[in-house]
Design a protein around this ligand. Sequence first.
Ligand SMILES: *[C@@H]1O[C@H](CO)[C@@H](O)[C@H](O)[C@H]1NC(C)=O
Ligand SMILES: *[C@@H]1O[C@H](CO)[C@@H](O)[C@H](O)[C@H]1NC(C)=O
Ligand SMILES: *[C@@H]1O[C@H](CO)[C@@H](O)[C@H](O)[C@H]1NC(C)=O
Ligand SMILES: *[C@@H]1O[C@H](CO)[C@@H](O)[C@H](O)[C@H]1NC(C)=O
Ligand SMILES: *[C@@H]1O[C@H](CO)[C@@H](O)[C@H](O)[C@H]1NC(C)=O
Ligand SMILES: *[C@@H]1O[C@H](CO)[C@@H](O)[C@H](O)[C@H]1NC(C)=O
Length: 231
Amino acid sequence: MFVSSVALLALATVPALAQFDAAHNATPIGGTWASGSKNVVTGSSFVNPANVSFIYPTTTGISFSFSEDGFYEIARYRMNGNGSSPQCITGVMNWAHGTFTYNNNGSMTMYPFGDGFQQIQAPCSATSNFLENYNDTELYQLWQIFIDPTDGPKLHMYQFDGSPLPPMFLISTTPNMLPTRPLRNVSSPSSTSSFNVSKRSTNDAPPVGRWATASLTAVGGLLVGALLVLA
Ligand SMILES: *[C@@H]1O[C@H](CO)[C@@H](O)[C@H](O)[C@H]1NC(C)=O
Ligand SMILES: *[C@@H]1O[C@H](CO)[C@@H](O)[C@H](O)[C@H]1NC(C)=O
Ligand SMILES: *[C@@H]1O[C@H](CO)[C@@H](O)[C@H](O)[C@H]1NC(C)=O
Ligand SMILES: *[C@@H]1O[C@H](CO)[C@@H](O)[C@H](O)[C@H]1NC(C)=O
Ligand SMILES: *[C@@H]1O[C@H](CO)[C@@H](O)[C@H](O)[C@H]1NC(C)=O
Ligand SMILES: *[C@@H]1O[C@H](CO)[C@@H](O)[C@H](O)[C@H]1NC(C)=O
């Protein structure tokens, strides 16, 4: 009788545990997190949605912010190398914000407002510099916060396919975010429509290397085995 009560209690608390058990939460997720050298940080030092422009950080990286009341913001800057042509490095800047939910299986879903965008600079492409809207819903299968002995709280997030993001460190417990509402009007309902940042022929194929979450479905059980590797 005692045992089954405990079991029932455990079952009843599973959804809450998905957010607040020790494995997920050495600290709350609220605040601003940044990877590596922490030069990529969400907020107005990274992006200016009003004129659809970015402020380029000195190094690549990613940053996520979460508010207590369910808003998120993402800032990402990446270089894609090109082994055969070292001078053809593609730079991708990406920004989005919106609302997030915790799912009962420990995952998290981020629903963008639709005003996100990204800039792709590919010096060897016919289209060397262009912007496009970015409106992908993103699923993170698992997230965990550990305390690093030297760097403090460390957030690990695993993408829809189980692949880990670079670990991020807490740089502020107060989220450094732009206003949590749509910050520009997006005329096209398409999530990938391109628009000009410089001269661009409509015939040009966009360069490869953009951020895309691809399919959010078809996530298999292969995930679990890979999850704890970085713990
Ligand atoms: C966007 O606005 C900011 C702030 O007014 C300005 O510094 C920046 O040069 C502008 N960028 C573009 C591409 O217009
Ligand atoms: C690498 O650069 C060549 C041009 O030199 C280009 O054709 C190729 O698509 C590039 N590869 C990637 C992955 O960007
Ligand atoms: C976890 O829940 C989310 C939202 O319901 C779902 O999209 C995702 O596929 C689930 N993950 C697994 C591994 O079943
Ligand atoms: C979007 O357009 C509407 C109608 O023109 C305007 O009232 C609103 O302020 C605009 N929003 C933004 C974020 O620019
Ligand atoms: C963004 O995606 C959502 C969900 O697919 C969609 O409802 C919304 O219309 C999109 N917004 C824009 C501006 O494309
Ligand atoms: C982008 O630039 C091309 C070439 O200058 C022009 O033909 C096209 O109309 C522009 N598109 C937008 C959305 O401004």
